[in-house]
Each structure stands twice: as structure tokens, then as C-alpha cells.
Ligand binder design. Sequence first.
Ligand code: PRX
Length: 633
Amino acid sequence: MTMTYADLHQRSLTDRDAFWREQSARIDWHRRPEQICDTSHPPFARWFSGGLTNLCHNAVDRHAGTRGQQAALIYVSTETDTEQVITFAELHQEVQTMAAMLHSLGVRQGDRVLLYMPMIPEAVIAMLATVRLGAIHSVVFGGFASTSLASRIDDAQPKVIVTADAGSRGGKVIPYKPLLDEALRQATHAVDHVLLVDRKLAPADRLPPRDVDHAKLRAQHLQAKVPCTWVDATHPSYILYTSGTTGKPKGVQRDTGGYAVALAASMEHIYQGEPGETFLCVSDIGWVVGHSYIVYGPLITGMATIIYEGLPTRPDAAIWWSLVEKYKVSVMFSSPTAIRVLKKQDPACLQRHDLSSLKHLFLAGEPLDEPTGRWISEAIGKPIIDNYWQTETGWPILSVAHGVQADLPTKFGSPGLPMLGYDVRLLDEATGDEITDPQHKGVVAIQYPLPPGCLQTIWGDDQRFISTYWSSFTRQYAYNTFDWGIRDAEGYYFILGRTDDVINVAGHRLGTREIEEAISAHPAVAEVAVVGVADSLKGQVPMAFAVLKNASTIVTVEQQQALEADVMRTVDQQLGAVGRPARVVFVNVLPKTRSGKLLRRAIQAVCEGRDAGDLTTIEDPTALAQLQAQLKR
Ligand code: PRX
């Protein structure tokens, strides 16, 4: 008898260890786990300890024998007009070659390898080769600039950095190497080596003996045989930095065995991808979606995965759908913002290609508004499945698990129901009491322990892990997602936005503090507040309000515009273009409470044309009106 979703979800919580023991059989183990979930040190949870495995083995080696001639990586760049198919057998050799190269540069088990890479096969190969050696990768999104990169280098302390001369976006070459060189000048940590993939897109300075050419070193290791290093299931596989309330990025640390098991299970229960099929996830390896569903999830399942470098609209809005037809994509994963971009294009683009191979389209990263959901589902005639999760969790918290129960309804505006192993609760922000009545707003929380695949800790900072995620609710041992939510009578959740200062720009997670710190680096700026403002295309955009050290310098509109552009350039240099505010508005005073706390929610309300709410604590009652007047200028 097949179990319903409700039965299986219940069982995953009440018979937790038996459930996850069964799920653990989805991956290869060099030695079986001794313990399923070690909860002896809450809020930490250690999954599958005593078990020996390797992520690269599960993603590559075990398929190289059975499906060696099948495509593993399909690389498509509309930026450089390149298409390349790498089979599992070829990938097996390439990861060994790269592992030998990294080993020759001194990388050993537990060492960190930082990647600052565009979307090219070498990036995925370097990730796989790193975990093959039992080393730990940390991919930094290519949209981040020198200062943010430097802070990540200092935190992760990598032995080696893998980079490329440049990326490309919309036909515009974006040099990477000079940004990395600048970051290394700013960082206090010194790396042994930089491995440079030269795509011949941009000139790149080389600093021997630190900088090593990828092609030259590869030529020395073409036939290398490097066995997988068997590591404990709890051994870290990667660090991925994400934004929080403070300016200092958090290094989300992921394990090995729990992650592999969770991804393998999610591929069947949620994404329903089968070995031999093709997965198209149009994210970037610099984000968690890329880690889990461009790289590890599909490969662990024995699927081909498409690495796409380019825009969704170039050469035209049919490009993704042409890939679906050409490579018989069965599962596709994108973001609501990308769909809103397509919606503005010629709808005929969507009808031009044969999409019969496609089973469903998954969207994640930000709220999926109903009009966008309806539009795309009608345009392509396929089920659209929302899924809600975080860098911290590594795989969906909420979705509709059609791989468990095919007839579960989806609801527009709701990502769905708790996924297997997640004990999701809604808690009252002030009291921590559980909210059980339908349609009551609360903070989305997850009862201890988190299922496998979720963050183990913050890299190098257990205390921050506890104080950030586990200390909000004194009456419950619960993980705080920092998202508001409500639940309907049928148990479907609706996500209402963040409770903290994290914003979501085109599905990219950013901290307003990070942007404020970047703007503060501008010599003319005395003080600044950044808020996320609703945007019909990107979901949210950052808006900055700055008080100048000397306001008399910007008398004319031209002076104002010039300074605004200059402040934006500072953000580009410090943080990267991803964090560039939509506008920088100069004001005389920022709205604060009498105790000096910025009234961010009031600023945000004014920007969105809403009522600013209770302002009894405001220090200068004219501050908001001034801000509003400046906004209109
Ligand atoms: O606020 C939620 C929003 O994005 C945050 C996590 O972003 P990130 O760490 O980049 O991970 C993205 C993984 C898909 C969440 O705290 N978010 C993510 N997915 C959804 C969402 N909000 C609403 N609906 C979603 N499906």
C-alpha cells in the first residue's frame, strides 16, 4: 500500500531514525553509518555519524561505470557561443585530473578551496574535485566585488583559489581576476596559489609563483588517477556565505552524508527527476540553488545537468525553451523574477519549441505571486511547483511533494506543505507560543532537530549559530527562519516576507547592512539607511537614504545626480553590482527613535506608499515627510 504525503511526513517525524535509515540507502556508503541522528548536543544535530562516504563518488564515480557514455554536464554559453557535452566517463577523468592539480598545489583533507568563477564546466569540476579530496569548497558568487570577496577569504582562509580571467553578461565581458587581485591585497589571509582558468576574454595579470595557469597544469595530470577520500558523514563538504542582519556574512557549513541523502530524497519526492533524464536549473553556482540543483542533486541522481551561462532573453526569450527541446529537459528550476522578465517578452517565444519532455517547472527563491504563476502555467501548459527554502537548509522546507503523492493539490500563492523531516511551526514573535489557528500570522520556525542536509553550524562560530538561529524563542527549541508566515485550514503555508533586515532582489539574498557598509565607504557620506522596496519585476530593490557630511556640496540637480552615480560606483567596487541600490536619495536627517534606532519599516512603508504605522517614538517628526519630499524629486 502506498503511503499518503500526510502519513509519510508524520512518520518522518515520529519514526525519524528508521525513516532516515531507509533514505540513507539512496547513496553509496564506503562504511554504513553507526548512528542515524545524534542529538546529544542540541541545537547541533549530527547525521549518519560513523558512516564513510564521499560526495564526488556519489555524484560521479558510481555513475561512470553504469552510465559512462551518458551526458553528465551540458555546458551552454550564449555569451561565448559554446556548447559542450561532458559524459559521466569524461567527467570522472576530469575530476580526477582537477583533484590531482589541486593536490599538487597542496590541497589536503579539510583544507578550503575558494572558487570565484563564472558559469563554466571548470567551476563544477573544481567543486567536485575539492570534495573528492575531502577538502571544503567555498564558492563566492561572481557578482560580488573585492571587499566582500576579501571578507570571505579572511573567514574561510583558503589554501587555493580557483578563478577565471572573466565572465560575461549580456555580451559584456566582466573581468574577475583584477577583482580577485584587489581582494587578495585587502585580505589579511594569504593564499598559497591562485589557479587561473584563462578563457581569453580579458587580460589577466599573473603573479608567479602564486598564480598558476589551469591549462598548463592540467596538461601534466591528464590521465591522473585520484581515488575518493572517504570522509565521515559529518565532515564538512562546503561553506557558502549568506547575508544576515549584520554586515559580516555568515558561512553556512554543510556536512557530507546528510546532504547527499537529503538531496537524493528530494530529487525523488519533490523534483521527480529520473536517472538518464536532463535537469535544467537556471541559477548560478554561487547560490545555494546552484549547489543543490545545478551540481549535486541532479548528478547524485544520475541525471545530466545543464550549466547555462547567459541571459534568459538573449538571443531571445526562447533560449531556455530551445534547450528544453534540444536536450529533452524533464525537470526545470527557475525563479519568479526570471519568469516576470520573460512575461515582458513576446509570448510567441514560448510556443516555438516542443516542450513535451518537460514534466514540471519549479520556482523558488522569493514569493511567487499569483499572476506570474498563472501566466507561466498557462503559457507552457505544465504544472508549476513553488518551493520555499534557504541557504541554511540546502533543500526545500515547503513544497508540494508530488513524488510522494501525485494528486496533492497546489495552491497559488502558497509554496505548500512541510517536506519530509521538517517539523514546521508558526510561533508568536513575542511570546514564542505556537500558533495553531489558521490564518494567524507568526514566525516560521522548525522544531529541533533540523533534518539532514541543513546547516551544521556557522563556519568557525558555533556561538553565532546558536545565538542567531536558536535563541529567539525561549519557550521552544526552535530554528528561526526569519520569515513571516500564515497557514490555512488545510496546512498550506503562505510566506509573507522576512522578519529581519534581509532583502530579496531578483531572487538574490542581500543584507541591507552589507549595502549600508559599502555606501559608508564613500567619503561624502556621513550616515545611510538601506531598505528593500517592493518592485514589480525584481520582487524587491534596495533604496538608499544618505545624510552627507557636507550637504552644501550638492546644490544643483546635476551635482546630486553626479554624487548619486558616484555612490553607486562605490557599491559596485565594494560589494558588487548585485547590491547596487535603485536610487540613492540624499536627506538631511534619517528617521530614528529617540534611542537612536533606525525606523526601517517606516522608511520602507513610505517608499511603498503605505501608512508608516506607529510613530510615537520618532525623534524628529518631520524626518519622514522630508524623506518623502526628497523621494518625489
Ligand atoms: O525569505 C525567504 C525567501 O528567500 C529566503 C532564502 O533565500 P536564500 O538563502 O537565498 O535561499 C534561497 C533558496 C531557494 C527565505 O528566507 N524565499 C525563498 N524561497 C521562497 C521564498 N519566499 C517565498 N516563497 C519561496 N518559494
